[in-house]
Design a protein around this ligand. Structure first.
Ligand SMILES: CC(C)(COP(=O)(O)OP(=O)(O)OC[C@H]1O[C@@H](n2cnc3c(N)ncnc32)[C@H](O)[C@@H]1OP(=O)(O)O)[C@@H](O)C(=O)NCCC(=O)NCCS
Length: 215
């Protein structure tokens, strides 16, 4: 199955007809902010470090073993530093789009994150989605609302959106909350295309969930 879409014009690439290499220039600076009914979804900055740490601490305390954000024994401030570095790298290179989730009414609080941890613009244009919420933010449709906004942005045409043709999510087979969320957002379960992924320092089987731009 090929979900590639033609490369749009005006991306700062060299002219292939002239025999020069094609280079897609797609940084994400200063970083798209997505607003939904209840949420603000934006890049976390060093000013958010305290709020981000509180969210990560709550995630660790809950015994989280599925988000892939925390490594065993790692302190929240180290995790936050890594996440802020990865966020900045994504802004610089356009190879990822990492967004923290904030409540519109309590903007000092980080509720979780909704990330496109990979954005590939090669033969196939796709992004890989990963998300987590602090335990207090669960059961309210917040992850669904954030993921719907990020996926909409991923599918939106360049230069406003990312112009990808598909979004992938890799989920452990027993993670029913994440599976429900993706199924509800129109992702199809592709169990034959599973992969082992590093989660909390262990390689664990994950199933592929796929949504294409067609639906
Ligand atoms: C995966 C995860 C983000 C799902 O969180 P969630 O809150 O269940 O997800 P949703 O945003 O889809 O919310 C759905 C729940 O909100 C409820 N809900 C309440 N108000 C709602 C609203 N306005 N709209 C939609 N759902 C609403 C739904 O009924 C549902 O609850 P239920 O499952 O008890 O019926 C969360 O479990 C998590 O952080 N897990 C750890 C990390 C992880 O596994 N990440 C996925 C791997 S990348």
């Amino acid at each position: 199955m090929d979900h590639a879409r033609p490369t749009p014009p005006n991306l700062g690439r060299a002219d292939p007809a002239a025999g020069l290499p094609v280079e897609v220039f797609a940084h994400d600076t200063p970083g798209t902010r997505l607003d939904t009914d209840r949420l603000i979804i934006r890049p976390a900055t060093p000013a958010d470090a305290g709020a981000f740490e509180a969210a990560i601490d709550a995630l660790i305390t809950s015994g989280d073993g599925t988000s892939g954000v925390n490594l065993p024994g790692e302190q929240a401030r180290h995790i936050v530093k890594r996440q802020l570095d990865l966020t900045a790298k994504g802004l610089r290179t356009g190879g990822a789009l990492r967004r923290a989730i904030f409540d519109r009414d309590h903007q000092h609080e980080v509720l979780g994150a909704c990330n496109l941890i990979t954005i590939e613009r090669g033969l196939e244009w796709y992004a890989e989605l990963a998300f987590w919420l602090t335990p207090n933010a669960r059961g309210k449709g917040i992850a669904r609302e954030a993921c719907a906004a990020v996926i909409g942005h991923a599918f939106d045409d360049l230069p406003r959106g990312l112009g990808v043709a598909s979004v992938r999510g890799y989920v452990q087979p027993d993670n029913s909350r994440a599976k429900n969320l993706l199924a509800g957002l129109g992702f199809a379960h592709m169990p034959e295309a599973g992969e082992h992924k590093d989660t909390g320092g262990h390689q664990r089987p994950h199933d592929l969930w796929l949504r294409t731009i067609a639906g």
